[in-house]
Write a protein that binds this ligand. Structure first.
Ligand code: PLP
Length: 395
C-alpha cells in the first residue's frame, strides 16, 4: 500500500524542497499524536491558531450543536444566522467602542484584502503604506504588502501605489502624507522574527495617521486572542487602530478571519457598486459557532491573565548563553540562535524527543515558541529541558 507520506509528496502541492513530513494522526490539548504512537508537545499551535489547545471540548460541542442545525447558508449581508451575529456582537463587546461592524472572512489574507478595499474607498485615496519585513499573507494584494522584495519580484506585477516604511523607525513616519489611504502594520512583526515595536513609535504612528487623515490598520492575525498577554496587542500601546484584522486564533481551530471597523467605514462596500465585497464561505456558521465557544473559553479560564507568568517561565528556563536573545511579548516568542543550521538541527532534535518547534518565514535563524495558551508549568519545564538538550548538542 502507498503510504500517506508518499501520497503527500506525489499528490499534494509542495511549498518547499524539504518538507518536514511529520505525520499527524490526532491532536488533543497541547499534544499532537503520530500514527505510530508518537506524542509531541506542540509549541507552534499551527502558527498561532490553537490558542486554546487542540479540540477543546467546548468548541467540539459548539460545532456539533451547529452541525445539528445547519452548515452552509448565504453568509454575507442577506441571511440572519445566529452564530455569526452572536459572535460579531460578542467580539464588539470586548473591543473599544469605535469598532462597530465586523466583516467575516475565511482567512487572514482575505481580511487584508477587504481592509485595503475599505480604506481606499472610504478615504478616496490610493496609496497604501506597509512596513519592511512585514508579512500579511499570500494573495496578490497581501503579497503586495510583503516587506521582502524577493517575494514581490517573483510574482510581479502586484498592486501599484504601495510603498514601505521601516518598522519602529520614527524618522520614516514623514512618508505618511495626505495622499496615504492607509498604513498597514503588524502589531508585532511575526514572520520577521518577532519584532516588538516601541510604545512611543506606535503612539507616534497613530498620531501621524490621524494628522494626515490616513487610516491605521492593525494586523492582529498572529497577535490576537490572548497570544501576547492582552486580548489584542494594540492594548499594549494604549492606542486604537481604525481597522483591526484578525484570523488564526479567532476560530478555536476552525477557518475564520475578520476585519472590524466603524460602521460608516464598513458601509462603503454597500453601494456604488452594491455588493462591493462578498464571499461564499467567510463567516461560515460552523466556524462562527466555534469562535464563540473559543472566546468564551479564553474568558472563563483567564487564559490571557496567565500568559505573562508562563512566558516568564520560558524566559527563565531558557536563559542560556547560546540563545543570543529571546524576543517577544507573552507567548509569541522567538529564540535567536546564530544560523539556520543550528535552528534546523535543534528543531529536528526536539521533534525526535517529542517537541514540535519551528522557525520563522523571514527569520530562519530563530526558533519559534508559540504554544497553546493552555500549556501547563510542567509542560513548559519539559519543553525547555528538551530545547536546552538540543542546543547543548548543536550550538
Ligand atoms: N498576517 C499575518 C501577520 C500572518 O502571520 C499571516 C499568516 O501567517 C497572515 C496575515 C495571512 O493569514 P492567512 O494565512 O490566514 O491568509
Amino acid at each position: 500500500m502507498i503510504s500517506n507520506r508518499e501520497l503527500f509528496l506525489k499528490n499534494t502541492a509542495q511549498t518547499s524542497d524539504s518538507p518536514r513530513l511529520l505525520e499527524i494522526d490526532r491532536a488533543e490539548g497541547v499534544y499532537l499524536y503520530g500514527p505510530n504512537g508518537e506524542k509531541y508537545i506542540d509549541l507552534v499551535s499551527g502558527f498561532n491558531v490553537s490558542n486554546i489547545g487542540h479540540r477543546h471540548p467546548k468548541v467540539l460541542k459548539a460545532i456539533q450543536d451547529q452541525l445539528d442545525r445547519f452548515m452552509h447558508v448565504t453568509v454575507y449581508g442577506e441571511f440572519v444566522q445566529a452564530p455569526q451575529v452572536q459572535f460579531a456582537t460578542e467580539l464588539l463587546e470586548v473591543l473599544p467602542k469605535t469598532f462597530e461592524s465586523v466583516y467575516f472572512t475565511n482567512s487572514g489574507a482575505e481580511a487584508v484584502e477587504g481592509s485595503m478595499k475599505v480604506a481606499k474607498k472610504y478615504t478616496g485615496r490610493r496609496e497604501i503604506i506597509a512596513a519592511r519585513h512585514a508579512y500579511h499573507g499570500s494573495t496578490q494584494g497581501a503579497l503586495s504588502l510583503i516587506g521582502n522584495e524577493e517575494y514581490r519580484e517573483a510574482y510581479a506585477p502586484l498592486l501599484p501605489e504601495i510603498s514601505f516604511i521601516d518598522y519602529n523607525q520614527l524618522s520614516d513616519l514623514d512618508k505618511i502624507t495626505d495622499k496615504t489611504a492607509a498604513v498597514i502594520v503588524e502589531a508585532i512583526q511575526g514572520e520577521a522574527g518577532v519584532r516588538v515595536p516601541d510604545k512611543e513609535y506606535m503612539q507616534a504612528l497613530r498620531r501621524k495617521c490621524t494628522e494626515v487623515g490616513a487610516l491605521l490598520i492593525f494586523d492582529e492575525i498572529q497577535t490576537g486572542f490572548g497570544r501576547t498577554g492582552k486580548l489584542f496587542a494594540f492594548e499594549h500601546f494604549d492606542i486604537v487602530p481604525d481597522i483591526l484584522m484578525s484570523a488564526k486564533g479567532i476560530g478555536g481551530g476552525m477557518p475564520l478571519g475578520a476585519f472590524v471597523t466603524p460602521k460608516e467605514m464598513m458601509d462603503v462596500i454597500k453601494a456604488n457598486p452594491m455588493l462591493g465585497h462578498i464571499t461564499t464561505f467567510g463567516g461560515h456558521p460552523v466556524s462562527c459557532a466555534a469562535a464563540r465557544a473559543s472566546l468564551q473559553v479564553i474568558q472563563e479560564n483567564n487564559l490571557v491573565q496567565e500568559v505573562d507568568q508562563k512566558a516568564d517561565l520560558f524566559r527563565k528556563e531558557l536563559d542560556i548563553p547560546q540563545i543570543k536573545e529571546i524576543r517577544g511579548l507573552g507567548l509569541m516568542m522567538c529564540l535567536q540562535l546564530e544560523n539556520f543550521d543550528q535552528v534546523y538541527q535543534v528543531s529536528n532534535y526536539c521533534a525526535s524527543q517529542g517537541l514540535i518547534i519551528d522557525w520563522y518565514l523571514h527569520c530562519e535563524t530563530a526558533l519559534r515558541i508559540a504554544p497553546p495558551l493552555t500549556i501547563t508549568e510542567e509542560e513548559i519545564l519539559k519543553s525547555c529541558k528538551i530545547i536546552k538538550e538540543g542546543i547543548a548538542k548543536f550550538c
